[in-house]
Design a protein. Structure first.
Lengths: 239, 257
């Protein structure tokens, strides 16, 4: 398994910067080398898609999702992102192509390379702070609405976070500071509305802005895919 | 209230009317205008039931498998009509009718009526666009699947340009669905991507269609292989849609409803 802590900031940023610089350098200086020509060949693209597909298919069939932390997956992802970078350098300037490919690269870098910098802490926060001693996060009140059949329709935790009154709900995290969000994820189900604690998760993910930007780019690219459809399908050979 | 009428109990009448209208539209496909009007009427009948059910349930009918099948049969008719109007393919109408009929019949026999509750995680502005976009995509990729089967059947005719357009539309909406899902997941669970079985199969499906698009851009792959790839991709799509519910490896999925 890949040691996540080892690859945390600054090593992940350093290695990615080096790799990107290497790709740009080889693209500029050694465009006709066998390596660069391979990376830009259709074969390299299909191999990249095929490897990722095979990996996802294997995880889908076996449920072994821990494999995404393996060295093998690191190699597959590195290869995929490298091919993608070369292709982006060559295809630079075409809108739809750039939004889709650069958006994907940005999403992968922020999501995968940034993964070691992501942390989550799960906390049980009690009313009146009786068990968990912490003064920055306190539970003021817990409320639960149910449907007629008794299943929960909505639950809210009124909290005091850093001296500010905050209402936490599922699907409505509280943005505490840049790259840090607090999620309400549970309560004492056996006690229902009488629950004296709630379960929260503090997620630190400084790379999330990169992921969202990449996703927005891909969404715009997909919109162009829908509007413009397959153009010049047979004649374009450099895609 | 009128909307209280719209329950699964009366779906049989809407379902049968839609099937009859669509089948008649397919039968008269030689005459363009009557065929379009009849298929449109079938679409309107389905839309009326969906809107009525929505109002009657007090929540969008997007949660149970029965409800997603309802949308699928609706969009299958839309995709069929689109293909007929745009390329004048008469054969697509009987096929899209059959596709819609299969799902309508399943819903008449086994609507899987659940209670009206929506768990808190599903109460999000992402919920409606996420599911509708996926159902729309699935129906266009279903049409592409039919084109691929037809392509294997009659290899002398080049259907690939038609398949391309359907795949581009389907893949664009597949992308909307997957990415909206990942933005929603960040809001709900704090993580964009968690390799949940449904997510993993959504990625498999997406990559299959990406492979198809890229193979077509190079333009050197045989039609037979391309058709087989589209058929394989559609099988992965079915796996993602409902197959994962039966997969032993996927029993802890957060997407099993």
């Amino acid at each position: 398994m890949v040691p996540l802590d080892f690859f945390a900031f600054p090593l992940n940023v350093l290695l990615t910067a080096l790799a990107l610089a290497g790709v740009v350098w080889s693209w500029r200086k050694h465009r006709n080398s066998a390596f660069v020509r391979f990376m830009l060949s259709p074969k390299a693209t299909f191999l990249a898609i095929f490897l990722l597909l095979a990996f996802a298919l294997f995880i889908g069939l076996t449920g072994m999702r821990e494999l995404v932390r393996s060295w093998l997956f690191l190699i597959v992802m590195t290869y995929f992102m490298t091919v993608l970078t070369y292709v982006i350098l060559r295809g630079y300037g075409r809108w739809r192509f750039m939004l889709l490919h650069a958006g994907l690269l940005l999403t992968l870098i922020a999501g995968y390379v940034g993964a070691p910098d992501r942390s989550e802490v799960t906390l049980k926060v009690f009313e009146d702070n009786e068990i968990y001693e912490r003064d920055d996060i306190r539970l003021v009140d817990f409320q639960l609405d149910t449907y007629e059949n008794g299943s929960p329709s909505e639950y809210r935790a009124l909290m005091d976070i850093d001296g500010r009154e905050v209402t936490l709900k599922v699907n409505h995290p509280y943005s505490r500071r840049l790259g840090e969000d607090i999620y309400l994820i549970g309560y004492d189900v056996s006690a229902g509305a009488e629950s004296r604690y709630c379960v929260i998760q503090i997620v630190k993910d400084p790379w999330k802005y990169g992921v969202v930007s990449g996703i927005v780019m891909m969404l715009l690219g997909a919109l162009l895919l829908f509007i413009n459809g397959p153009r010049r399908a047979q004649t374009v050979n450099d895609n | 209230m009128i909307t209280d009428m719209f329950t699964w109990d009366i779906f049989i009448w809407f379902g049968i009317s839609a099937v009859v209208l669509s089948a008649t539209g397919a039968a008269v496909s030689k005459w363009r205008i009557p065929s379009i009007v009849l298929t449109m009427s079938a679409i309107v009948v389905m839309a009326t039931f969906i809107i009525g059910l929505w109002a009657g349930l007090d929540r969008p009918p997007l949660r149970t498998m029965g409800e997603t099948r309802l949308w699928y049969s609706f969009f299958a008719l839309v995709a069929g009509l689109f293909t007929y109007v745009r390329w004048k393919f008469r054969w697509i109408l009987p096929f899209s009718t059959v596709l819609a009929t299969v799902f309508i019949v399943i819903n008449i026999l086994k609507p899987e009526i659940h209670d009206q509750t929506l768990v808190p995680a599903l109460q999000s502005p992402w919920f409606i666009p996420h599911v509708i976009v996926y159902m729309f995509s699935y129906s266009f990729l279903g049409a592409a699947f039919l084109v691929a089967v037809a392509g294997l059947w009659k290899p002398e005719k080049d259907m690939m340009p038609v398949a391309d357009t359907l795949v581009y539309i389907g893949t664009a909406f597949l992308t909307f669905g997957m990415l909206s899902g990942s933005l929603w997941a960040k809001d709900a669970w704090g993580q964009f991507w968690n390799w949940d079985p449904k997510e993993t199969w959504a990625l498999v499906t997406w990559l299959c269609y990406l492979a198809y698009i890229h193979l077509r851009l190079i333009g050197k792959t045989s039609r037979r292989l391309l058709c087989l790839l589209l058929i394989f991709s559609f099988c992965c799509l079915q796996m993602c849609w409902w197959g994962v519910n039966y997969l032993p490896a996927a029993q802890d999925s957060v997407h099993v409803y």
